[in-house]
Design a protein around this ligand. Sequence first.
Ligand code: NI
Length: 191
Amino acid sequence: MASPYAIRILGDPVLRQRASDVTDIDGRLAALCQDMYLTMYEAQGAGLAAPQVGIQKRFMVYDLGAGDGPQVLINPVITESAGECEFYEGCLSLPGLRFDILRPSSVNVTGLNLEEQEVEFEADDFLGRLMQHELDHLNGVLLIDHLDEDQQRAAKKSLRKLSMGSSAAVDGIDAELGLSSRPKFGLFRSR
Ligand code: NI
């Protein structure tokens, strides 16, 4: 079955907005989640946040591939975090890119499930990383915001190569990465 949604990619303003709390946990939301599962599986992703399919609401779907099946987490909050580790992270909204990103190694997460029950759990390893990554999406934060300058340059190069093609897309990448389009040398030398 074809995916019901196109995954939004870097440059789409919806990825940069803070999503609002889910207020109604109802059949409509459950149906949206079903559609998002399909989209996530088709893209071979482990997690998908609502803004990635253009829905500005605070929920995510995920599947760790451990046989538990797809999960939903609504209005998630990280209440505690501890440790620090690097993880080779990718994002369906940044196709083809992966980077070593440093984040807390374990987090405590609370939220709601589709039955409107409160859930709370500690997440480390892959789940911990996934939670932090998807929660970022709900706040309009993308993987590239965690990159250091060298990684940003590499990302920009890769994105140009993968080329989303048009010069508008390349300008969008410049803007997203916060890189100056002014020449580094000459009149506009900035450092
Ligand atoms: Ni992502």
